[in-house]
Structures are given as C-alpha cells and as structure tokens.
Design a protein around this ligand. Structure first.
Ligand SMILES: [Cu+2]
Length: 161
C-alpha cells in the first residue's frame, strides 16, 4: 500500500518536473535554432552605476565558482573574475546559442581572443572584470570558450529575476 502511494507521488513529481523543465528550456533558449541577434542578454554597464559586485573564480577543474548567480532586472553588476588555474580561462556572457557558435569558432581558431565588453579572457593567476547591466528578466548564460573547456562543462548562468 505504501509502495503504491510512493509510486503515485513519484509519477506526479516527474510530471511536475518535466513541465517545469520544458518551460524553463523554452524561456532560456528563446529562439533556439534561429538567429540569436535579437535575444537580449543586457548591455555593457556603466562602472559608475554598479549596484552589485559578484566574485567568480575560474579553475583548471573546468568550473566557475559560483556557476549560478541571481541578480535583479536592472542591476548593473561588476563581475570580478579571477583565474586561479594554471592555464588561460575566459568568461563570456551570452545566450546558449551564441556561446555554442563562438565555441565552434574557438575550436577552429584557438588563438582567438574575446575582447568584447561581455567577455574577459585571463592568463593564469590574473584577475579582471566585466561590468554588465542585466536589464531583462530571464537567463543569461556564460562559459569559457577555450578549446575543450566549454565541452567539459565550464559554463554557468545568471538568473535575472
Ligand atoms: Cu577555461
């Protein structure tokens, strides 16, 4: 009798989870498979108007720490990024589609460097920053696009609430 109850609640939970996952997926991916130019991730921020500072560490385990960040829509955030590893890492903000496209380019041209305002590329032991205004609720992804790193799971996300 207990087993039946358990199975029922698991089934209900699985249903709820799959519903939530597909809703979140739709939201995060927006125009999946379509040109991503219109997908808003925010705009370069004014350093004089920073409302929030977040420290992010990058390491040779191919991880960002923290890998998930919550901000409020309208926040101008200073991401203080540190490479505590022994090899180059970078943090690039974008949609998943943008990051995947850039990563494919990096695999072909590993010497490519990201110097745009939405990215910081750091040698071992170096620190840098991105000042970014997250102006729309949703999810903004980030990743390290050094060859092999993104595929190894060096990625994270900013939840803009
Ligand atoms: Cu990396």
């Amino acid at each position: 009798m207990k087993g039946t109850l358990l199975r029922t609640s698991f089934a209900a939970l699985a249903l709820m989870l799959s519903g939530a996952a597909s809703a979140a997926g739709d939201h995060a991916h927006g125009g999946h498979g379509q040109p991503s130019a219109a997908a808003p991730i925010g705009t370069p921020g004014d350093p004089a108007r920073v409302t929030r500072t977040v420290d992010i560490d990058m390491n040779d385990a191919m991880r960002f720490s923290p890998a998930t960040i919550d901000v409020k829509a309208g926040d101008t955030v200073r991401l203080n990024v540190r490479n505590s590893g022994k090899i180059r890492h970078e943090l690039v903000l974008g949609t998943d589609a943008d990051l995947q496209a850039h990563y494919a380019m990096m695999m072909k041209d590993p010497g490519m460097r990201h110097e745009e305002p939405n990215a910081v590329s750091l040698e071992a032991g170096k620190s840098g920053e991105i000042v970014w205004r997250f102006d729309k609720a949703g999810t903004v992804s980030f990743g390290c696009l050094e060859p092999g790193h993104y595929a190894a799971g060096m990625k994270g996300s900013v939840s803009v609430l």
